[in-house]
Design a protein around this ligand. Sequence first.
Ligand SMILES: [Mn+2]
Length: 234
Amino acid sequence: MKILVFSDWHLDAGDPLGWFGWDEQRFIERLEKTIAYYQPDKIILNGDIFELYRYRKAEIARMYQNLLRFLQRYSVVFIRGNHDSISHSGLDYYEISYEGKRVLVLHGHQADFLNGNSLMRFLVRMGMKILRLFSHITFIREWYIRVYKLLDTKPLDSRRENDFKYLAYAIRLLDRKYDAVILGHTHQQEDLVLYQRGRKKYYLNSGTCSRGRFQGIFFDIERWTYTLVNEGEN
Ligand SMILES: [Mn+2]
C-alpha cells in the first residue's frame, strides 16, 4: 500500500489574510502531477486542511470548489487538526496495519496541551464534541470564529520552534506500538529513522502547503521506504 500524506493547507476564503497562498488551478496541477508520479493508493490529508478558526467551511468550499471536486476523484482520508477540529467530517487519526507493521497518521497538536495527561486530552476531546454538536447554530459558530481571530494572530511558522516536543511525542508512540508515525502541525517537514530491536522505524512530518509551499510525504508501506515531497513554487 502506497500513501501520499499532506497537511496544513489552511485553505482560506481567498482574502488577503489567508495563509494558503496558492492559485487554485496551479495547486490542482501540482497535485495532479505529484499523484500521477507516485501513484498512491490513498491520499491522506493530515489535518488543518481547512482554516476553520477564521472562516466557515461553506466559504472555503465556495472558494476552492474545483480543488474539492478534484479530490473526490481519489480515495482521500481526512484527518482533523486543531484548526479544523470543529469540522463534522474527518477522523482524529488514521491507522494502517500491513504485514505486522503499524503506521499511525495523526495531526500532532495532541502533543501541545497534554504531554501524557490523559485527563486533559479527555476534557479537550469532550469539549470539542460538544462544540461540534452546537456549531450548526449560527451565533455559536460566529462566536467560535471571533474568539480564534482574537487568539490566533501570530504567524504560524515561527511559533513552532520547539520541534523536539513533537518528536518526543512521536517517539513515545513508536516505542509503545507503532513502526511509523506521521505528523503534521509544525509546518516543518522532517524525517528521522530509528532502530528498535532490529526494527526500522520512522518519524515523519508532512510539512505544509501553505504560503505557496508544496510539501508532503510519500510512503510505500510494502517496501518500507519514504520520499519527502518538497517542490514549492515560491
Ligand atoms: Mn495544526
